[in-house]
Design a protein around this ligand. Structure first.
Ligand code: HEC
Length: 167
């Protein structure tokens, strides 16, 4: 299996997931996707955004470990990952936890009870992704790939505290 087919597979699965999330959430009554409408839309939007983040960091990791030969994509992925961090505050606005939304969410109540702490986790993560983008944009691809390891630590760090461990 070539890397190209592997990546196509990854994207197909991601798209399928998005379509399912949309069907379950926002598209039942209208052809217009109105992601701002209600708490449920916030959750659907947030999950899709988190997939983008997951995608960039995982592909960077696969390049780092030699599973993917896509060094020419590092600059793009690094910038995409950093760009996505700017959407965090928006993605977590409102008290959008499980009991209040139709779409299942693993975001814990703690996010809104400890909003300042959550924002510190977001800032930490933002700084880690900014470092990856900075190195990649300066042409230091190996440095960027190594710096992505710190990003992955931040993902887990936030999930450990603010995400329900149960699916
Ligand atoms: C500041 C906190 C925070 C950071 C940083 C963070 N996440 Fe998350 N992530 C969450 C929370 C909270 C959820 C649960 C969202 C929900 O279910 O509504 C989540 C959900 C996810 C999901 C599941 C999405 C879905 O479809 O249900 C994936 C995948 C994910 N994160 C990957 C990552 C990766 C990879 C990174 C780092 C590159 C990352 N996250 C960084 C807090 C964070």
């Amino acid at each position: 299996m070539t890397y190209k087919y592997f990546l196509t597979g990854v994207m197909a699965v991601t798209l399928l997931g998005m379509t399912t999330a949309l069907n379950a959430g926002t598209l039942k009554t209208s052809n217009t996707i109105r992601l701002e409408d209600d708490a449920n839309s916030v959750v659907v939007n947030r999950k899709m955004q988190m997939e983008v983040q997951g995608y960039s960091s995982r592909v960077l990791y696969a390049i780092y470990t030699g599973k993917l030969d896509l060094r020419e994509d590092v600059v793009y992925l690094a910038n995409q990952m950093q760009e996505a961090t700017k959407r965090f505050e928006r993605a977590f606005r409102q008290n959008t936890t499980g009991e209040k939304t139709r779409t299942k969410t693993r975001a814990l109540e703690k996010i809104w009870q400890d909003w300042d702490g959550f924002m510190v986790a977001v800032k930490d993560y933002e700084q880690a992704t900014a470092r990856v983008a900075e190195l990649a944009n300066a042409g230091d691809i190996d440095g960027a790939l190594e710096a992505n390891m710190a990003v992955l630590n931040k993902c887990a760090g936030c999930h450990d505290v603010y995400r329900d461990p149960q699916r």
